[in-house]
Write a protein that binds this ligand. Structure first.
Ligand code: C2E
Ligand code: MG
Ligand code: MG
Ligand code: MG
Length: 284
């Protein structure tokens, strides 16, 4: 009897595995088509000054709405693109679209763009980014690249070279999702970052959990000493924005200030939320 059940289980498992593999292949094929047909879009989410709620820049976030699969999260398709070797093609189109959109914004605003870890292992990345900026006509000083701790560690020498080359022409580097990766503090000693983005896991728990608040305070004090600018991610409520402002956090990002929207809606957002006070603006 147990033998029969055993065999039955094997059948069930293999059917599940087969279905999973079929789904993965479908997803990969759909992603390949979406990249070829240029149908992956880029949306923009505001990053604001917590002191006065002024918009300082936008983070570009990839959006893929497939006719058959529906909305697929970048947390799913970006890793898949990395795994299957499509990330260069995908990232190049996304940066091109993002840079073109940023040209329509006031010149003081920065564009923040996520780099994947695979790109930090590829020595061609810096020249390909600079070529896209040149072609689009976007000043490298307006670009920030968001990278994660794990990404810098995966291929340290190449990553450091890419970062150094880009910083030399004015591109700034943000450490994304700070507090979630491995070996956070050691990275900050290397002085390769301009900004630190505190992961939203800490922000969302800040008002209910004392530990998260203490961690945020410590990160802010440490970043002040290291002359790193800080962005708090995932601010959804007024109370979170107010607390972070009181703690001295310079910048915030989250649904409370604005969800990611397409480039046309971003321009409308700027019409209502951006006032040209260039002389009074602090440098982000
Ligand atoms: P990330 O870079 O940490 O981006 C922030 C994520 O938090 C985004 O998710 C954003 O939509 C979400 N978010 C922002 N504010 C709030 C909030 O108040 N509450 C909540 N619950 N979520 C908020 P998204 O767009 O799904 O992107 C997920 C991740 O996928 C990104 O995390 C980034 O690692 C990656 N990603 C997105 N676009 C790109 C891209 O163009 N290139 C690369 N390499 N990675 C990308
Ligand atoms: Mg990011
Ligand atoms: Mg993040
Ligand atoms: Mg993230």
């Amino acid at each position: 009897r147990s033998k029969r059940r055993g065999r039955g289980q094997i059948t069930v498992y293999s059917r599940e595995i087969a279905q999973e593999m079929k789904r993965a292949t479908q997803l990969e094929q759909a992603l390949r088509n979406a990249i070829i047909s240029d149908s992956i879009d880029v949306h923009f989410q505001p990053i604001v000054s917590l002191a006065n709620n002024m918009v300082l820049g936008f983070e570009a976030l990839a959006r893929w709405n497939d006719p058959d699969l529906g909305f697929v999260s970048p947390a799913v398709f970006v890793p898949l693109a990395e795994e299957r070797g499509f990330i260069d093609a995908l990232s190049e189109t996304l940066l091109r679209k993002a840079a073109e959109a940023a040209l329509a914004w006031p010149r003081e605003l920065f564009l923040s763009f996520n780099l994947s870890s695979a790109q930090l292992m590829d020595p061609g990345t810096s020249s390909s980014i600079l070529a896209i900026l040149t072609r689009a006509g976007l000043d490298p000083h307006r670009l920030e690249l968001e990278i994660t701790e794990t990404a810098v560690m995966s291929s340290a020498d190449t990553a450091h070279r890419i970062i150094a080359d880009l910083r030399a022409v004015g591109v700034r580097i943000s450490l994304d999702d700070f507090g979630t990766g491995q070996s956070s503090l050691g990275r900050l000693r290397e002085f390769i970052f301009d900004k630190v983005k505190i992961d939203r896991a800490f922000v969302s728990r800040m008002n209910s959990d004392r530990a998260s608040e203490h961690i945020i305070k410590a990160v802010l004090a440490m970043c002040e000493g290291l002359e790193l600018r800080v962005v708090a991610e995932g601010i959804e409520e007024h109370a979170e924005a107010a607390k972070l402002k009181a703690l001295g956090c310079a910048m915030g990002q989250g649904y409370y200030f604005g969800k990611p929207t397409d480039s046309a809606s971003t321009l409308r957002y700027l019409q209502t939320h951006y006032f040209d006070l260039s002389s009074e603006r602090e440098i982000a």
